[in-house]
Ligand binder design. Structure first.
Ligand SMILES: [Cu+2]
Length: 317
């Protein structure tokens, strides 16, 4: 006669105690899920520190919903099978089971409070602004385009309704993938915190970068302030998310995160271009009476980089 092994004894014990089995499953599921990489649940992992916090909240809520759903479904199925109709005898009634009613009132309240706590913690992280950001950028939305001002560096990037990839003068780096590069580029240093002051020049627009899990209104007369810390070098597509007029659907832009040294080099090159533009502007206004309206307009702007495309409008007209 063979003595039963420890494993088979444990399995037999669990079979005798299905509640213990359910409890172990409920506790171990989050641990097992935590051991592997979190699935995205059709969302973005968040390419900024702030956006990644949003993702963790989203994924945690999703996992909590799955656990609750599985336990609820298991209990429903178990009660259907266990108490299926066998005879016409009325089963024992539990409508005044005080402990059960307290349990199914308290458990959802506790779950909601936990989710609420994580939500507040995440929102505070997302809305938190650093005391000393690496770069401050004024972002102005307008019908139908974007303007990015590096005010302390006298550099401005502006563009509207572009249909072509926009390399924004990245000194040969270019912009890739091309389908992320519509509209003007908001260039930021990767791994460093950037302060954005978001405004609108006319109507309500939406500053939305899907991979950052982030969106903010740009409202006329309202200053919205937030920080972004892009974690990795890359190009991230972005767009307006508020219907703001005829060419809203073309109000794209993109965020270019460069290594900090390369970002500083780009900024310096744009400063040089700004100085050169100002010099040529002053020489044009003082030296020639034949200054055309268009050259005066381009000279009058401090924008070092200005991309405009009227092809779409002309085609639509
Ligand atoms: Cu818009």
């Amino acid at each position: 006669m063979t003595a039963p092994t420890t494993g088979s004894t444990g399995a037999a014990a669990l079979k005798r105690h299905p509640r213990r089995l359910a409890l172990i499953a409920a506790i171990s599921l989050p641990v097992v899920l935590g051991g592997c990489q979190l699935p995205t649940f059709q969302g973005y992992r968040g390419s900024t520190h702030q956006g990644h916090d949003e993702f963790l909240l989203y994924a945690g809520t999703f996992i909590a919903a799955i656990v609750v759903g599985v336990i609820t479904a298991a209990l429903i199925i178990w009660s259907i099978v266990r108490y299926r109709h066998r005879s016409d005898q009325i089963p024992r009634q539990f409508q005044y089971h005080f402990g059960l009613e307290i349990a199914y009132t308290i458990i959802p309240v506790v779950i909601v409070l936990i989710l609420f706590g994580f939500t507040v913690w995440t929102e505070n992280n997302v809305d938190n602004v650093a005391a000393h950001p690496a770069q401050i950028i004024d972002v102005n939305a307008f019908q139908w385009g974007w303007q990015f001002n590096y005010a302390d560096k006298h550099v401005s990037v502006e563009g509207e309704t572009l249909s072509d990839p926009d390399p924004i003068g990245l000194n040969g780096v270019g912009c890739a993938p091309a389908n992320h590069c519509y509209g003007p580029g908001l260039v930021v240093p990767a791994g460093e915190t950037v302060r954005i002051y978001l405004r609108s020049k006319d109507t309500v627009h939406g500053f939305y970068v899907p991979e950052f899990n982030f969106s903010r209104y740009a409202q006329p007369g309202v200053l919205n302030t937030f920080d972004l810390t892009v974690q990795h070098v890359g190009v991230y597509r972005a767009q307006c998310t508020q219907f703001c007029g005829l060419y809203h659907s073309e109000m794209f832009f993109h965020v270019v995160a460069l290594p900090p040294a390369q970002f500083q080099a780009w900024l310096s090159s744009q400063q040089s271009a700004t100085v050169a533009a100002k010099r040529s502007s002053s020489s044009a206004t003082s030296g020639s009476s034949a200054t055309s309206g268009s050259s005066a307009a381009s000279a009058g702007t401090a924008a070092a980089v200005r991309h405009r495309s009227t092809s779409t409008r002309e085609a639509a007209a």
